[in-house]
Design a protein around this ligand. Structure first.
Ligand code: SF4
Ligand code: MG
Length: 294
């Protein structure tokens, strides 16, 4: 279902400031998440998504605080469970735009069991993951995306585990929109989030976002030196090419849209199923909820 846009609401015309909740972000100075939220504001404004038809769902972590700073309906859920809650909420109210935000620890460690299922089911939501390769809120522990030999409070002699590659993960499990942005490139971030919100199905945007407080190495400098735009001749509909691009993150960090595909979203398949079984898609709450209310 297409996002509800400004023509259908009383708030037009919308600009980025119309999506600010009035609570200023409390992230540390220099945190990459400041850049990410500006990208979210811009993407929403560009698409003119009605804030009263927007739900933002997060788990736990510094990045999971983002909904407080965004004008939308919101749920700050349990650690790692944002995706599961969002899946249920999206099925109940498929006409709303569903945005999930969180971090690498929340998404891939505590919430790691939910990520594949959002992708394979093609839940119609956008997941923006702020990947700073560390647990920030709990003051600096190695996360699933931390590079090998990361020195942190839990790994004072360096971590021994190989990091998880979020792009390969999402491509492999069937996500239909997979992109990577960098907080060092705010315009590109906004464009990728906009494309994700406009996509029907499960859209995943991994954003490299430095944590100057707990990354013990210069992650901002590392990201700046390693990011590289995906070549313009890359075929975003070719999964094999996307896997190749995603598989070389140690040499270069690809920025841009890796893959996009069209496939029925979960709520569409549910509607078809219910119609096929008894002809009454009565799980669709649009039939019983008055959508004209503000
Ligand atoms: Fe950002 Fe790190 Fe500060 Fe958390 S601790 S707000 S991730 S800089
Ligand atoms: Mg993190």
């Amino acid at each position: 279902m297409s996002p509800i846009v400004a023509e259908q609401c009383q708030f037009q015309p919308l600009t980025a400031k119309d999506y600010k909740s009035g609570i200023s972000p409390i992230w540390c100075p220099g945190c990459g998440h400041h850049s990410v939220i500006n990208g979210v504001y811009k993407a929403l404004a560009d698409l003119e998504i009605d804030p009263t038809y927007l739900m933002t769902i997060s788990g736990i972590g510094c990045s999971s605080r983002l909904p407080y700073f965004l004008k939308s309906y919101k749920m700050h859920t349990l650690h790692g469970r944002a995706g599961a809650v969002a899946t249920g909420a999206q099925l109940a109210r498929p006409e709303l735009t569903t945005l999930v935000v969180g971090g690498d620890g929340d998404g891939f460690s505590i919430g790691g069991g939910h990520m594949p299922h959002m992708a394979r089911k093609n839940v119609n939501l956008t997941y923006v993951l702020m990947d700073n390769r560390i647990y920030g809120l709990t003051k600096g522990q190695a996360s699933p995306t931390s590079a090998q030999n990361t020195v942190a409070y839990t790994t004072p002699y360096g971590s021994v585990e190989a990091p998880l590659n979020p792009l390969l993960y999402m491509l492999t499990y069937g996500a239909t929109y997979v992109a990577q942005g960098s907080a060092t490139k705010p315009k590109s971030c906004a464009d990728l989030i906009k494309g994700a919100l406009d996509h029907k199905g499960f859209s995943y945007v991994n954003i490299l976002s430095q944590c100057p407080t707990f990354n013990k190495v210069d992650t901002l400098g590392y990201f700046k030196s390693m990011v590289q735009n995906i070549p313009e001749d890359h075929d975003i509909h070719d999964l094999d090419s996307a896997l190749v691009v995603a598989n070389h993150q140690e040499e270069t960090l690809p920025i841009g849209l890796l893959y996009q595909a069209e496939r029925p979203a979960l709520h569409e398949q549910m509607e078809q199923l219910v119609t096929r079984v008894d002809g009454t898609p009565d799980y669709d709450l649009r039939q019983v909820i008055d959508l004209s209310r503000p």
